[in-house]
Design a protein around this ligand. Structure first.
Ligand code: F6R
Length: 251
């Protein structure tokens, strides 16, 4: 795992955007794996800037999102469909038919998971997968205890995850209890993975991730089994790792 330590969130977003744009320059037909949440918001702003000011085009790019809540209309303000449209897709030139996000109201959840795996297999492998990391170590919505061999499946969200995401909704009660997510194995099939971690809230997750201890209780640790992962982390999120480093130096 390559670790890029940056000063702050703005630098993190800039570095991540450069990596995505380099991927697009390498192949303008790249398949991008995208995430929602607070962390990639700055990155998406930089990508929009790159499109508007430097003409970085998404005309031939395909995107595959990690996950979606179940039981919300896709136009609900809290859905990941809305999130992606509002924060990225409406401001770049990606064709709407190139966008893949799990259906939030499928008639059969089982069939939807099967369909999404087929989408990943037929379009993929994903060239570059963007990941945030949950405060409990989840990637996508693969919560602690998830099977490392999992493909797309339904999950019951951990209470901590619902609390973390309540700010996107009016209250905790409004956060859906279930979601469809790409599995750990589906994520690990990507050619390259870019993990972003910013802020003190992520310091413990980053410390656990960098301990290299692979465990089902900490889903992000499975990233150690992949040979092309880059973690971009800012000083706040790296705090516990650097403290430990300085304690070791002092000893
Ligand atoms: C989002 C996703 C989640 C988030 C994670 C971190 O599609 O799958 O794993 O990346 O919950 O969320 P933020 O960035 O809001 O801290």
């Amino acid at each position: 795992m390559e670790v890029i330590l940056v000063e702050n969130y703005s630098e993190l977003s800039e570095r991540a955007a450069r990596i995505i744009e380099e991927q697009i320059y390498k192949s303008d037909r790249s398949i991008l794996g995208l995430a929602t949440g607070s962390t990639p918001l700055g990155l998406y702003e930089k990508l929009i800037e790159g499109y508007k000011r430097r003409g970085v085009s998404y005309k031939h790019i395909h995107s595959i999102n990690l996950d979606e809540y179940l039981g919300l209309d896709k136009n609900h303000p809290g859905s990941f469909h809305t999130f992606m449209y509002e924060n990225l897709f409406k401001d770049i030139d990606i064709p709407m038919e190139h966008i893949q996000i799990p259906d939030s109201l499928p008639s059969s959840v089982k069939e939807e998971c099967k369909r999404y795996d087929q989408v990943i297999d037929s379009l993929g492998p994903i060239d570059l997968q963007i990941l945030g990391i949950g405060s409990n170590g989840h990637i996508g919505f693969n919560e602690p205890g998830s099977d490392p061999n999992s493909t797309t499946h339904v999950v019951e969200l951990a209470q901590s995850t619902r609390k973390d995401n309540a700010h996107f909704f009016g209250s905790l009660e409004e956060v859906p209890t279930h979601a469809v997510t790409m599995g750990i194995q589906s994520i690990l099939k990507s050619r390259r993975i870019l993990v972003l971690a910013s802020g003190k809230r992520k310091a413990e997750s980053v410390q656990r991730l960098l301990s290299e201890n692979i465990s089902e209780n900490f889903p992000a640790s499975h990233l150690w089994t992949h040979d092309d992962v880059t973690l971009i982390v800012d000083q706040d999120a790296y705090k516990l790792v650097s403290q430990k480093g300085s304690e070791e130096v002092a000893r």
